[in-house]
Structure formats: C-alpha cells, structure tokens
Design a protein around this ligand. Sequence first.
Ligand code: DX5
Ligand code: ZN
Length: 216
Amino acid sequence: MKPLIAPSLLSADFGRLADEVAAIERAGADLAHLDVMDGRFVPNITFGPAIVAAMRRATALPLDVHLMIVEPERHIDAFAEAGAHRISVHVETCPHLHRTLQQIARAGAMPAVAINPSTSLHMVEEILGDVGMVLVMSVNPGFGGQKFIPGALDKIRRLRALGDTHGHRALDIEVDGGVSDQNARALIEAGANVLVAGSYVFGQSDYAAAIASLRV
Ligand code: DX5
Ligand code: ZN
C-alpha cells in the first residue's frame, strides 16, 4: 500500500504557520496533520478552530485534525466548519463513541478514532465499520519529539488483520509519534498506510527530502 505522509505542524514554526503548511504542500505532503490539545486530556495546549481555518486558507492539502481534548463532541462541528477533512477523537475521551463518530460524519468530515499506547484494540473493534481511519499512537500524546514505542508495530499488525477479518480492507491505519526513516518501512509492512511525522520532517531543512525518505 502506498503510504500517505502527514507532517505534523506541531513541530513547525508557530510564528509562520501559513508559510510552513504551504512549504510541506510544495514538498509533497499528502495531508497536513493538526494536533489540537486542551491541557486536560493531555498536558499541553495548542490551538483551536480559528487556526484550523487559517490553515484551510493557506493550503489545498486535506486537513487531518487530531483532537486530544476532553468532550470533543462540544467542538466537532466548529472544526468541521473550519475545514477539517478528517477528524480523530480519542476513544479514551468518548463514552458514546458511536454517537460521536456519527456527529463527525454528519458534519461532513471523515470519522476517525485514535487510541493511546495503553489502550487495547478491543476498544475500537465494534466501531471499525463506522470509521475511515484508526490512529494508533506510538507515543503518549501531548508532545512532539518523543521516542517511538515499539509495541505499536504489533498493534498495527493486529489492527490490519482485524480490519481484514471484518471486511474493512480500505481502512486507513495512521501511526503517530516517533516516526522517521528508521521505522517507516517496518510500519508500512505492518499495515500502516498514513504516517504522521512532526519533528522528523520539520527538524530538517529540506522538507521534500525528509518526506520522500518516508515513502519506502
Ligand atoms: C503527539 C502528536 C503528534 C506529534 C508527533 O501528541 O499527536 O502528532 O506531533 O511528533 P513526532 O513526529 O515528533 O513524534
Ligand atoms: Zn497527532
């Protein structure tokens, strides 16, 4: 499966976000990954729908919005209106996950669910048919530049098998955290087809070369 590369703007220069998102578009990115953090579900705070709308004006790339916030249902419509193409909510924040995913679809975005490293695949098994994508966290969410947790590889393998068993062959499996040219091939072989990379891409001066090095 040809991977989609989704640079995370979390590691971009926040003073020049519009330029940075335009730069990754020119460099061959497939999606722009936007990390929304609330200081409650995760320790860090980033940005809200106004910045997503500004990104929408700055690039033609689909916006992949990763909500690391409690009670995401209160904000889903605003993020969809701001131009989010995909919206991921964390299963750990959604007691009524099926309803929340329906809300995302109704708002016109692709429903996606994210799972922390400590969260079992059982938590998403029943709703695989209701999502376009599962986001497998390969670090504990909250910060860029953390070390890849190796257990994510086997989790991705098992998730791909689960999707196939349930007939969801087109399921996107996104991996987020510590992705680099050192593990991209193994992740793709395990069944991931959307690679998020923040510090790896923005830590290099040549974004195009960095993105190309993940397409292995
Ligand atoms: C972490 C975020 C990631 C982050 C990844 O909570 O969800 O998207 O930007 O950063 P790297 O690629 O540096 O691990
Ligand atoms: Zn993310």
